[in-house]
Design a protein around this ligand. Structure first.
Ligand SMILES: Nc1ncnc2c1ncn2[C@@H]1O[C@H](COP(=O)(O)OP(=O)(O)O)[C@@H](O)[C@H]1O
Ligand SMILES: [Mg+2]
Length: 587
């Protein structure tokens, strides 16, 4: 064996998960060529193997030194001409069976250490089969495809982490493309806050806010009562002591209970609460509030002031936000009398302001999902997002105002989760047809320090429970240190690209599913598009090169050089359209 071209040296120290090897003085070459391929001895992050009878233990080189890492009592003893490799043990292969992570048998002093050749790695990664997708090529070899187990990748959740420009979006495209190409029945939703992915997936269904053909709507009536009160009125659950908050809850409950006959199927009104996702007309709610505030009556007493005693001159039009009009009240003690119903004084103006703000139209004026009379109901929304033959739905949130991004992603995630939870035993969804939800720019809305985040709590639920109902999640982020710890702790597969910030590196190190510091330490020195992949879905932790996809996601960076290189015309009319847009808040 010592004459083998792969022979490196012998074990000189064994710890619980690292061993140290001394590279022999007698190896034929420091860079042997085996089957036409050049190997370099002592490269950090490369594999070695330790054959012991019919067991082969595999390890990763994590440090190289010309002194042994632990010196004997006589002090520093340099051994000239020798090199010492610190090796992190990764897994073992027994006889002809498959490579397994984890160590059952430890090497001992003087066991031989050998180079791992390309053939060995081919053997470990195996052939492509229906359970695997190709994620890229091994960094050490253009020919060596790295496969990952699709079931574990999706249902045990995964993360793509790396600094800006390291290749995260491209990696996301690679994975989604492999899934869409290899699996006819696959399905995924990609939450795309910067609207960069549509160009990479001509075959996908793209929903975008204010888009003429495929507009993205998140009906406001998906909100539970507290959410609705907050986003419509700025009211908080602690306002529950206020009469108007309680009245508002009753009003919403009444509206929802009236609308129990629905296009997705009738609902027993006894089960309907203010929190149920039942459509109602929010413009009518405003109109009602406005009516009671401004009405005049033939009676002075509050209890006598009813619809029947009102002095209405025109009914207005709630859909157009036109209020009803009334005979003017008189100052003295003759009719008509001024309204004594002033409870909603503060709420009425807030609702009106919200409903007039066109930036919120995707929520409060959601097209075919506007109210109980509208042509579409929630099953249409699910069919659009996860029931179509397109397999991938991209939800382009680039037009969502920042202050509602969190609730928007929260509503999307909760609704999709609920559909999988309650549909878990249906033949067409739930466990029978799993779903991947991918979240780009995850640090912006899954922040660990944010206590009242709607998106964080619903995404955390997927990470904790989703697997049981067939939902897997993928998060993509350049700031892993800002992401919820609950989420990081549940990541089954970690795809880590170049990462330069040391705070982010240490988070990745501590949340990496396999405790493999030697590979994680490589993060700052990875090339663009190169990733360290560790975790449940990969046979052996690996350094992988992703291929560059085409068509590519679009970066929304302005073309600075091109623009600054030419002169621009001066026109006094400039900026008029911009100012109008600022005033109307409308594109
Ligand atoms: N696998 C790759 N091979 C070569 N170049 C790549 C690769 N991945 C990304 N790049 C280059 O890096 C740029 C940034 O990639 P991108 O995926 O947008 O990074 P991120 O999403 O992390 O900011 C791309 O425009 C492309 O030019
Ligand atoms: Mg990106």
């Amino acid at each position: 064996m010592e004459n083998d071209v792969t022979y490196l040296g012998k074990i000189i120290r064994v710890d619980s998960n690292t061993v140290e090897a001394e590279v022999s003085d007698n190896i034929p070459s420091a860079a042997p060529i085996i089957n036409g391929r050049l190997y370099k001895i002592g490269q950090i992050g490369t594999f070695i193997k330790i054959p012991i009878g019919n067991i082969t233990i595999y390890g990763l080189v994590s440090a190289v030194s010309n002194t042994p890492s632990k010196n004997d009592e006589s002090g520093i003893k340099q051994i000239i001409g020798s090199r010492f490799l610190t090796i992190q043990l990764v897994g073992e292969k027994i006889g002809d069976s498959e490579f397994e992570k984890g160590i059952g048998t430890y090497p001992t002093i003087n066991d031989e250490v050998h180079l791992v050749t390309e053939e060995d790695l081919f053997d470990i990664y195996g052939q492509k089969n229906e359970e695997k997708i190709e994620i890229g090529k091994h960094s050490s070899s253009e020919n060596l495809s790295v496969y990952i187990d699709i079931h574990k990748l999706i249902l045990r959740h995964c993360a793509i982490l790396g600094s800006t420009g390291s290749g995260k979006s491209n990696t996301t495209v690679s994975i989604l493309k492999a899934i869409l190409n290899d699996y006819a029945g696959s399905r995924a939703i990609l939450v795309d806050p910067h609207g960069e992915y549509a160009s990479a997936f001509p075959e996908a269904k793209v929903f975008k806010i204010n888009d003429a053909s495929n507009s993205l709507y998140i009906p406001f009536w998906l909100m539970n009562f507290d959410e609705l009160a907050f986003f419509l009125l700025g009211a908080k659950p602690t306002d529950d002591q206020k009469i108007e908050y309680r009245n508002f809850r009753e009003l919403i409950t009444t509206y929802k209970k009236e609308n129990f006959k629905l296009k997705s199927g009738d609902v027993n009104p006894n089960f309907i609460t203010a929190d149920s996702p039942i459509p109602f007309n929010v413009r009518k709610v405003w109109h009602d509030m406005n009516w009671w505030l401004n009405a005049t009556f033939s009676k002075p007493g509050k209890d006598d002031q009813t619809k029947a005693t009102a002095k209405e001159t025109s009914a207005g039009d709630y859909d157009k936000l036109i209020p009803a009009t009334f005979e003017p009240y008189t100052m003295g003690s003759t009719e008509p009398y001024k309204s004594k119903h002033q409870e909603y004084y503060a709420y009425e103006k807030k609702i009106l302001a919200r409903l007039k703000d066109s930036r919120y139209d995707f929520l409060f004026n959601p097209g075919d999902y506007k109210d109980e009379k509208s042509p579409k109901d929630l099953h249409d929304l699910l069919n659009d997002w996860i029931g179509s033959d397109k397999k991938l739905a991209i939800l382009d949130l680039s037009g969502v105002p920042f202050e509602v991004l969190d609730i928007t992603i929260g509503l999307i995630t909760r609704f999709v989760y609920d559909s999988m939870f309650w549909g878990r035993n249906e033949p067409y969804t739930g466990k029978s047809r799993p779903l991947l939800l991918a979240f780009e720019e995850a640090h912006t809305y899954l922040n660990k320090d944010e206590n009242n985040s709607y998106s964080k709590s619903s995404v955390e639920k997927i990470f904790k429970e989703g697997r049981k109902f067939g939902i897997g999640a993928l998060i993509i982020s350049q700031r892993p240190s800002e992401i919820s710890e609950t989420i990081l702790a549940q990541i089954g597969t970690l795809i880590a690209l170049r990462l330069t910030n040391s705070g982010d590196q240490s988070i990745v190190k501590s949340s990496a599913p396999d405790n493999l510091n030697s590979l994680i330490n490589l993060l700052p020195s990875l090339r663009i598009g190169e990733a360290v992949i560790v975790g449940e879905s990969i046979k052996i932790p690996s350094r992988v090169r992703m291929k560059l996809n085409s068509p590519r996601p679009t970066s929304d960076d302005p073309k600075l050089v091109e623009s600054w290189s030419k002169t621009h015309s001066v026109d006094k009319e400039n900026y008029k359209t911009v100012v109008t847009k600022i005033r109307e808040q409308k594109f």
